[in-house]
Structure formats: C-alpha cells, structure tokens
Design a protein around this ligand. Structure first.
Ligand SMILES: Nc1ncnc2c1ncn2[C@@H]1O[C@H](COP(=O)(O)OP(=O)(O)O)[C@@H](O)[C@H]1O
Ligand SMILES: [Mg+2]
Length: 387
C-alpha cells in the first residue's frame, strides 16, 4: 500500500477585515482600494503626496517620502500584506516593508520590470520575442547602439518612463547627440521602430497557489504615445492571441509572480508578435474590466495578494474604454452632465485636482453588441464633454 503524499499546507488566506497596504497614491491604487473595501478590507496608503487619489478612498493615508524608512516601518507595522500601484518605488523601500509583511508582487518582479534594459534582458534570456534593442550608458554607447539597431529607432530612458515620457524617435544618427542631451545623459535603451499592425495587452493574475487567470487580449490605440482607446475582443488573428497568452503565462511562472501583471505587445505589420513591456500591476487597458468583466482587474489583484481564489476573467460582451486626459480641461470644466446622459456609458474620475495636458484624469467604459458599438458609445460620450 502506498501512502498518499502529505498535501502541501494551503497558503494562508488574508481574509476580509484585514488591512491591505498600498505603496503609491495614484488612480491605480484608488481603484484597487475601492475594490478592496468592497470586499470588506481596510486600506492603508503610503504616498509622498497629500490627499492623493488613493488616499481619498483609503482608511489611512501616510504621507512620507519612499526614502523615509521610519515612516515605511510604521506603515508596514499596521498592515497584513502590501502591494504597490506605482512602479518606481525604490527596491530598498520594498525590502524594508518585506521584513514585516509579505509584499505581492515580490521585490524580484518589481526589480525586473523597473528598468527597461533589465526587463528586456530578462525576456530575451527566456526566448521571449522583443523588438531588437541595445542598451547604452554613455553617448558613445548610444552612437554604437543606434548604429547597431539602425534607424528609424526609438530611444527610451531605461528608468522612470511612462506615457511616452523620455522617449524620442531617431531617424538619423545625426540626432543622437541632441537626444542624449534631451534625456539628461541617462542610461537608455534603443529599440528598432516597429511598423505596427496593432498593439495589444494581456492582463493576467497569478495566485499564491500558482493558479493563473488571464483576460482576453485587449486592443490598444495610442495618441502621442499615451493610451487613448482600448477595445475587446481584439481584432487580431487567433494564433497571435494564443501566443500572447502563452508568453504572459511564461512570464508569470518565471517570476513566480503573485498579483496582476500586464504584458504589452506589438503586432507588427509582418505579423510578428513582440513584447513591448511589462507592467507589474493592474494596467490602464484593464480599466474596462471594472464594468465589463465578471471580475475586475482590481478585485483580481485583491484576491491574488490576499491568497483568495482568483475570480473569472470572462468579458461576456464587446467592450470599449476611452481615456479622459487633462487636455479636456482647456476651456474649463468638461460638461459632465452631457456625458452622463449616455446611459450605457460609465464615467470614472480619479479625484485629481490639477488637470494637465497628457495627465490621466478618468475614463469612460461601455459595452455593446459589437466592438464598434461599444467604441462609438465611449467616443460619443467623450465628445459630449466638450459641448
Ligand atoms: N519600438 C517602437 N516601435 C513603434 N512604436 C513604439 C515603439 N516603442 C514605443 N512605441 C509607441 O509608444 C507607446 C509607448 O511606449 P512604451 O514603451 O510602452 O512606453 P510607456 O512606458 O510610456 O508606456 C507604445 O505603446 C507604442 O505606441
Ligand atoms: Mg507602455
């Protein structure tokens, strides 16, 4: 007779009523906090900014710099588990918090995704296709990198980039010196400029127990390198969708990831699927899951980091999301009443007080019988904001 193997101890569930800590105070933390509170958790936010979008909907906002180790210890001492909504939290700060409570996703996952060169090496080492790239630390290396990759190319700062910040297209080697000055002589990554058929993202969660749930691919359109519109189902070949999901699963496994991860992809005009970048957190393209999926990406993040079973990632109907940027405020307050007359459209605002061009202030979501119908709805409501 063979005895059954002793089952591994099930992971400890951090149940509703516990306190979840969030590092960062932006809109991603805000939507996470709303989801956590709906499930009966308390939320403490650690952010350098006072009255932050996350802090406004949290039980407690600790306002201090990420370098303030005493404040970090106080924060960590008051919570049961910690996640982050901001990618540039210093790893040293994460390590301090980890002495007290689990941080999910882990410092290793964050470290990998925090720096473009490191992230791309991680992917390349695992055979995950990316755009051809080269890293550069000095002006000479930048010349070499551009020569190797060829033009047109995109020069991106290796750290602290978001919404196209720190990105420059280079069409001729003569522009390299000017760009090196423009990026402030920082470490950079040079990427081949890809002729795009489509951009998609796959958002997936991995639980403490290793279970994985992925949303269907979302199709993303950008304006000025900033996400403008997301739709699903994505109009891409089924083979590309399958490959994107497979790659996302590989990344989750390789990082032994716990939480929600987004993988951004390019689908080139040649039909090649390439990973653009990783976001170790919920993602702007996933905002439509709040209204259109069985489980939102934020609830999924709560479930994953607290050790609860993951929810269904199904998106039962075609859906669309349009971002609302600070540009909408050029002539004063947008016409909210006009947008709210579109009954099938959901309005989300992030409670930010200072609209600036390019700054994400909120979004609109709609479902429809077709992608086109969902998209028409969010665009009509957005247009109405300026009437
Ligand atoms: N190598 C490239 N080829 C073509 N388009 C690119 C390339 N790199 C970036 N872009 C465009 O710029 C957008 C933002 O770039 P990304 O690297 O994702 O930076 P961010 O961190 O700002 O999101 C992409 O979604 C894409 O539309
Ligand atoms: Mg991006």
């Amino acid at each position: 007779m063979t005895l059954p193997h002793a089952a591994a101890a099930p992971p400890r569930v951090i149940g509703p009523g516990a306190v979840v800590g969030v590092l960062g105070g932006g809109q991603l933390g805000r939507m996470f906090a709303v989801a956590a509170r709906r499930l009966g958790y308390r939320v403490h936010t650690f952010t350098p900014d006072d009255d932050s979008p996350t802090g406004q909907v949290s039980d407690l906002e600790i306002t201090a710099s990420y370098e303030d180790l005493d404040a970090l210890r106080t924060f960590a001492g008051g919570v049961d588990v910690v996640t982050f909504e901001f990618e540039n939290v210093p790893i040293d700060s994460i390590n301090i918090v980890e002495e007290f409570v689990p941080v999910r996703p882990s410092a290793v996952a964050l470290h990998t995704a925090q720096q473009r060169a490191r992230e791309k090496m991680f992917l390349a080492d695992r055979g995950v296709p990316t755009a051809p790239f080269a890293a550069a630390d000095t002006l000479d290396e930048l010349w070499d990198a551009v020569a190797r990759i060829g033009t047109p190319a995109v020069i991106k700062t290796a750290a602290f980039g978001y919404d196209g910040m720190g990105q420059h297209t280079v069409t001729a080697p003569a522009e390299v010196e000017r760009i090196w000055t423009a990026i402030g002589h920082q470490e950079a990554v040079v990427e081949k400029f890809i002729s795009l058929q489509a951009e998609i993202s796959v958002i997936a969660a991995r639980g403490v127990d290793g279970a994985v749930a992925e949303y269907p691919p979302f199709e993303n359109r950008h304006q000025r390198h900033i996400l403008d519109l997301t739709t699903t189902p994505a109009a891409i070949p089924p083979a590309a969708a399958k490959q994107a999901t497979q790659i996302t699963r590989t990344v989750l496994e390789e990082l032994q990831y716990v939480g929600v991860l987004c993988v951004e992809f390019f689908l080139s005009t040649d039909g090649e699927l390439l990973v653009n970048e990783l976001a170790p957190r919920p993602h702007n393209s996933g905002h439509l899951t709040i209204d259109a999926a069985v489980t939102s990406q934020f609830e999924q993040q709560v479930r994953a980091v607290c050790g609860l079973p993951l929810g269904s990632p199904e998106v039962p109907r075609p859906a669309a999301m349009a971002n609302l940027l600070g540009d909408l405020w050029v002539d004063g307050e947008p016409n909210w009443a006009a947008a709210c007359r579109f009954h099938e459209v959901k309005l989300h605002l992030y409670g930010k007080t200072a609209p600036r061009p390019g700054r994400k202030m909120g979004h609109l979501t709609a479902t429809g019988r077709t992608v086109q119908e969902a998209q028409d709805r969010v665009i009509a409501a957005r247009d109405a904001l300026l009437i």
